[in-house]
Design a protein around this ligand. Structure first.
Ligand code: ADP
Length: 534
């Protein structure tokens, strides 16, 4: 593996919050100072460490203010170091799209440097619930689920209001399963059961073994860096694409922890896999003023849209940039993210939307309910059949009062202060439809088990969060970035959430993870196959 022990140590860190624990005490001791920077994206942990150390200093009779004045930071007058490097391909971003591109490049004997601005790899992919849609006749048949690639294409295209690029949608649906097999070949393990994650509209959702995006990242990082010897540079933010004679020939990047600028030449091309901009609420609201001002985001702090900006600056076109998705259920204390066996009720205890519907429809419906929140109602059957939640974790939530649990629906209604009559009626109506399989008054089509077996559960209040940016760089079926005349920009490819045109105006739940692994690999394959032609 290229890089040093420090890099290895950081990569093994599971989450961003681990980084200050590793870095801050070391910096304090080395510099004998409390004047150190917090780690960007891990402010709470950073502040907690500082506060705890300050408290210890006081207890030991030391002087906090004096230690705050001492500095181990670099001298402001110090010159910026410029380091030049060369590789065959630069990959911007180490989420699912970037890592799958890097691994695919490795398979094709092509070297790359992966540049990641955050202190840990993985981006939004690391923190996703990891729902992955793929038509999988073998597994689906066992559960009696009818499905087809055509239906996946149709639901993706229609679920996005028919404005996506149908060729990209087709590639997504046709290659989703072989990307799963590809991930499995490197050791990612998937569960056998198939469900319908919220917004998927159909039971074709696969989950890796721990229901977490880290299941992908923790496998792909060592495959890329150790097996294929690709270089991963963390804390390194790309700011500019470098152009020569109309061709992208590299990038300029800056270290986020010291005064170093990198000029990295990429002899074969650059793949942008820098994700979306869902962490930048202000920017999202500029494109879509309907997004509430006080909305929170489910995104990691690095999702700020840099890749879109740097490509637009050299003439790239964008697609559907105004389409921004809110996820209806992005709160803690969920009973399950699969919709096969649960209903949503508002504070009055009434259902108000089809639970197997589009994410935008559901989110907008939630915002119209009293208090702009809802509860997920489930029972023992739900938990038994649910592959997305760990029963031990549910009990923890119950213990701390986030999830309510009761022997009867009447008691459950009391616990969430909803109208008991309404709640019982809502469940009875739902159960009738489970029996007949008929579409209900809200348009719900996906049914599995009745909600009739105690204990019954109500989730914590769920309210929408800003989740995904459907729009981004315009690409063709080869993941080549296009300009405003739809001509490929020589040397420039993109994959993942940074791109637009695949999900239209609304993305089906479970399609993003399929997208990053399908198009991450395609970007690498095209770049190598086109070999300077573009
Ligand atoms: P995707 O799902 O498309 O792979 P992710 O959000 O998982 O997207 O990953 C994108 C990664 O790109 C994140 O880790 C993010 O920090 C990184 N990134 C974003 N902007 C830059 C930049 N300017 N330079 C380097 N890395 C970046």
């Amino acid at each position: 593996m290229k890089g040093d022990d420090e890099l290895k140590k950081i990569i093994s860190a599971k989450i961003l919050g681990d980084v200050p624990i590793e870095r801050m005490p070391e910096a304090m001791i080395e510099g004998q100072t409390l004047n150190i920077d917090s780690v960007s994206g891990a402010t709470y942990t950073s502040n907690a460490i500082l506060t705890a150390v300050e408290d210890c200093v006081v207890q030991a009779g030391g002087h906090v203010e004096v230690l705050k004045l001492l500095s181990n930071k670099e001298d402001n007058n110090e010159q910026t170091k410029i380091i030049e490097k060369e590789t065959e391909v630069v990959v911007i971003g180490s989420g699912g799209a970037g890592l799958s591109a890097a691994v695919k490049l490795g398979e094709l004997n092509t070297d790359c440097i992966i540049l990641e601005k955050m202190p840990t790899p993985g981006g939004n992919t690391m923190i996703t619930g990891a729902a992955y849609n793929a038509v999988d006749p073998e597994k689906q048949k066992e559960q009696g689920i009818e499905d087809s690639i055509e239906l996946h294409i149709k639901q993706t295209y229609e679920g996005g209001d028919k404005i996506a690029n149908i060729d990209l949608v087709t590639i997504l649906a046709e290659n989703a399963l072989n990307s799963i097999k590809w991930l499995e070949s490197y050791g990612v393990e998937f569960k056998e059961d198939i469900v319908a994650v919220i917004g998927a509209m159909w039971p074709r959702t696969h989950y890796p073994i721990n229901n977490r995006g880290s299941d992908f990242i923790n496998v792909l990082v060592p495959v890329a860096t150790e097996q294929y010897n690709q270089e991963l540079m963390l804390d390194t933010k790309v700011s500019q694409l470098l152009i020569e004679d109309g061709r992208v020939v590299g990038v300029k990047a800056e270290s986020t922890i010291n005064k170093t600028t990198y000029l990295i030449k990429a002899t074969k091309g650059v793949i942008i896999a820098s994700g979306g901009f869902g962490a930048n609420i202000k920017r999202c609201r500029e494109y879509n003023p309907n997004i509430p001002e006080d909305i929170r985001t489910s995104n990691h702090p690095g999702a700020t849209g840099d890749g879109i900006d740097m490509a637009v600056a050299i003439g790239a076109a964008t697609e559907g940039i105004e389409y921004i998705q809110m996820l209806p259920i992005a709160g803690g204390g969920m009973v399950t993210t699969a919709i096969d066996n649960q209903i949503f009720v508002n504070q009055e205890g009434n259902r108000f939307v089809r639970e197997d519907g589009r994410r935008d429809t559901m989110s907008n419906a939630v915002l119209e309910q009293p208090g702009k929140y809802f509860y997920m109602i489930a029972d023992q059957n739900t938990l038994k059949s649910d592959i997305t939640r760990d029963p031990v974790q549910i009990e923890q939530y119950v213990k701390y009062g986030k999830i309510k649990k009761a022997d009867t629906l009447l008691e459950l209604a009391e616990l969430i202060e909803a109208d008991p009559g309404n709640l019982v009626k809502a469940v009875e109506e739902f159960n009738k439809h489970v029996e007949t399989g008929e579409i209900d008054e809200f348009g719900r089509e996906v049914y599995q088990n009745k909600i009739n077996t105690p204990p019954f559960y109500a989730s914590a209040r769920q309210t929408p969060k800003l989740h995904y940016t459907m729009g981004g760089l315009r690409i063709n079926t080869k993941a080549h970035v296009l300009d405003n005349n739809n001509n490929p920009i020589p040397g420039l490819y993109a994959a993942g959430e940074v791109t637009g045109g695949i999900h239209g105006s609304n993305r089906l739940g479970g399609n993003a993870v399929a997208d990053i692994f399908v198009f991450g690999r395609i970007a690498a394959e095209s770049l190598v196959a086109e070999n300077y032609l573009f």
